[in-house]
Design a protein around this ligand. Structure first.
Ligand code: GLC
Length: 727
């Protein structure tokens, strides 16, 4: 049993002192722990304010200690493991394909604790922080609960649900020891040909902004204040979803006003939620790589938005800055001076540290920048409680894949389903009906989970434990023997009440999912659908995909179309809707193009999509929308930035009445200026006045509750008399 407990228990002063002695000298010289508690150094004293602990620790650190804290290494690149201490490395990650064997929660926790024990053998005993992409559950771990990918969560329009999901993910991640999640992606997907569209909550700034509640779910109301608090990461800053042609890691060509209006609001909201880390985007803005953009990273993110956490680079993104493979001292200096605090190297840490040290000693990276980066990183480590509780809290390990989390995921799957067509009310299906089920994704947990699933790209097949759509159907019906399944539709005849075709995309991630050539169904699906159509049986299509697909020309052959997105492990959430146990409530988080040639197509761009942003049907008889109750509200405007000829403002709406609001409207005299863009609300103008009504997701306000919308306008910022009416 090591001196340092294997559980995440508070390390007493005595234990810390004894541990420091034990680790600094051979075991034979270690004295018996002294009876009286020894004095600890200020940075080890949890009763002191974090800034004081940071200052004390910083004063004790060598340059190598500081450079090591700015270094993040892939677990599998750490050979030998003792290099973690020898090079003072402050962070480890598991990239998309990094795993443990056997792949289960226990092994992940043991691996984490082993690495942490090594990290704590350094003279100052600074704990390492371990990051991973838990982007739709703890998806690296076989058996973990996998929730719908973000595009499906965007369809729920439910910030509270997303926060609960964040909490569940935090528990499963904590149960494996890991303390940092590279999530949420706050990308605003503007072109669905982009391979990461499914990682986006939606095409407008309002949805990612509203669903930053995931951050609170992960971190808690205050980072480290409660158990199972996991550091969240707002990514990828800035404009990753706005590149020309939807090319991953491409160039976002926008004016500053439009970049601010479309892509910045979710990060502003993330900072408001206290997000602890921000990851930069591989992409560029008007030809300048985000990782080299000091204006965006230091002036806007850290300055204007007041982000006080730390900025991490993306995987080997620094290597891209000079257009050559590998990284150089110049690239490292460019990125660190732009505002990168921690570099995800992720492999050659010896070369990286040599070059980084060279840039500092040559004066090309000022010591003040190194100290600022360390202050930011160490502040988060102290706030997370890593110095007091450096090891896995094994009480959370059993939450991985737990029934409670799976039930939450099933609820999220139900809420994410978007019904796009229901001719003749073919849905909901009767549970007594004789049904035919077909399609490559009907019985495939890998397809329904998508990318970032037990591997970076994910894959088809039984990749993890869960319930397929077909299994959900069979569990829901009265007599499972009346459900026939054939992947290709062979054997169907007119005796069936309906045919359910579960088709769409096979897993992919990042650039490998870019589809510049079109978004059509693949040949297998088209063949299956043709067989079903030929039978004359009503066809219900369930589309399992990471984005809208080109289906307009096939739609007339289908009686119903349900967008299921990438539901994850709980496929029964789809059948809950197919059989009407839950009426569909999802709304499109992205516009659905008539063909991919229409891309990019987004709300308010004047194009005519097949289905507009916010579209979604429900079952007739599912009950009327709630009638708004009378209420009072106030609106307060704050100018958040201004530039030559224009400004940006944020308006906070507060329910000052005693009854809950189900909607609100704010109006003001434009006084000659023009609103050039708006998010988190719906704008109308008439007779020189602007009126902003709530968006679908932020209309409900409890008494005392607040929400906000933002806009950019030309002219100079003023203090218009805002009038708020509650409904
Ligand atoms: C990837 C992704 C990023 C992820 C990182 C670590 O390339 O761009 O979203 O967090 O590398 O896996």
């Amino acid at each position: 049993m090591s001196l340092l407990s294997a559980r995440r228990r508070p390390l007493t002063a005595l234990a810390v002192c004894a541990a420091a002695l034990a680790l600094a000298a051979p075991a034979s010289a270690v004295p018996e722990p002294v009876a009286a508690p020894a004095a600890v150094l200020p940075y080890q004293d949890a009763s002191l304010p974090v800034p004081d602990r940071v200052a004390d620790l910083l004063s004790r650190m060598t340059l190598d200690d500081k450079l090591g804290q700015m270094t993040q290494i892939e677990k599998d690149a750490l050979v030998p493991q003792t290099d973690l201490a020898a090079y003072r490395i402050g962070s480890v990650l598991s990239g998309g394909d990094s795993t443990v064997s056997p792949n289960n929660a226990q092994t992940w926790a043991d691996t984490y604790d082993s690495l942490q024990r090594t990290a704590l053998t350094t003279p100052l005993g600074i704990p390492m922080i371990y990051g991973i992409d838990a982007v739709h559950g703890h998806n690296a771990v076989r058996g973990a609960t996998l929730f719908p990918h973000n595009i499906g969560l965007g369809a729920t329009r439910d910030p509270a649900l997303v926060q609960r999901i964040g909490r569940a993910v935090a528990e499963e991640v904590s149960g494996t020891g890991i303390d940092w999640d590279f999530a949420p992606c706050l990308c605003v997907a503007r072109d669905d040909r982009w391979g990461r569209t499914y990682e986006s909550y939606g095409e407008t700034p309002e949805l990612p902004s509203a669903l930053t509640t995931f951050i609170t779910g992960l971190q808690g109301d205050t980072l480290g204040a409660g158990p199972a608090s996991v550091l969240a990461t707002a990514k990828h800053y800035l404009g990753d979803g706005g590149t020309a042609g939807g090319v991953d890691q491409g160039d976002t060509r926008l004016s500053e006003a439009d970049l601010r209006a479309v892509h910045l609001p979710p990060f502003r909201e993330a900072v408001r939620h206290g997000v602890g880390a921000v990851m930069l985007s591989y992409s560029s803005w008007n030809g300048v790589r985000s990782h080299a953009n000091k204006y965006l990273v230091t002036d806007v993110l850290k300055g204007e938005l007041g982000f006080s956490g730390f900025v991490v680079s993306d995987w080997a993104a620094v290597d891209q800055l000079d257009g050559q493979s590998g990284f150089t001292g110049a690239e490292i200096a460019t990125a660190v001076n732009a505002g990168v605090d921690m570099v995800m190297v992720p492999h050659d840490y010896r070369k990286f540290l040599t070059l980084l040290r060279g840039e500092v000693t040559a004066g090309r990276i000022p010591q003040s920048r190194i100290d600022d980066a360390n202050r930011r990183i160490l502040t988060k480590k102290f706030q997370l409680g890593l110095f007091e509780k450096p090891f896995t809290d094994r009480s959370y390990t059993a939450t991985v894949g737990s029934a409670a989390h799976r039930e939450l995921a099933r609820q999220a799957v139900r809420a994410s389903q978007v019904l796009l067509k229901n001719e003749g009310g073919v849905l909901p299906l009767p549970k007594s009906a004789k049904l035919f089920v077909a399609g490559k994704s009907a019985d495939d947990i890998g397809n329904q989970s998508g990318g970032w699933t037990v591997g970076w790209q994910g894959r088809s097949g039984p990749v993890t434990d869960g319930t397929t759509v077909l299994q959900g159907i069979r569990a829901a019906v009265t007599d499972p023997s009346r459900v026939t399944y054939d992947r290709y539709g062979n054997g169907i005849d007119s005796s069936y009440r309906a045919a359910v075709a579960v088709v769409g995309e096979t897993p992919y991630a990042e650039g490998r999912g870019d589809r510049p050539g079109g978004l059509g169904l693949d040949q297998e699906d088209l063949g299956t659908l043709a067989r079903l159509k030929a039978s004359g049986v009503p066809v219900v299509v369930v589309l399992v995909s990471g984005r809208p697909l080109d289906i307009a020309d096939r739609l007339p052959d289908w009686r119903a179309l349900l967008a299921a997105w990438l539901p994850g492990t709980e496929g029964a959430g789809v059948s809950d809707v197919l059989f009407g146990d839950h009426a569909p409530t999802g709304k499109l988080p992205v516009s659905w193009p008539r063909t991919s040639a229409q891309e990019p197509v987004n709300e308010g761009d004047g194009k005519d999509p097949l289905f507009p942003y916010g579209y979604g049907l429900t079952y007739s008889g599912a009950g009327p929308a709630p009638t708004p109750a009378p209420g009072a509200c106030t609106a307060r405007l704050r100018t958040t930035s201004s530039w030559q000829g224009g400004y940006q403002a944020e308006v906070t709406v507060e329910n000052t009445g005693s009854a809950a609001l189900t909607g609100w409207a704010v109006d003001w005299d434009l006084d000659g200026s023009r609103v050039t863009s708006l998010w988190n609300g719906a704008l109308s103008t008439a007779d020189g006045r602007a009126t902003v009504r709530n968006a679908a997701f932020n209309g409900s306000l409890p008494p005392g509750g607040t929400t906000s919308f933002g806009f950019t306008a030309d002219g100079t910022a003023g203090t218009p008399g805002l009038h708020c009416a509650g409904g």
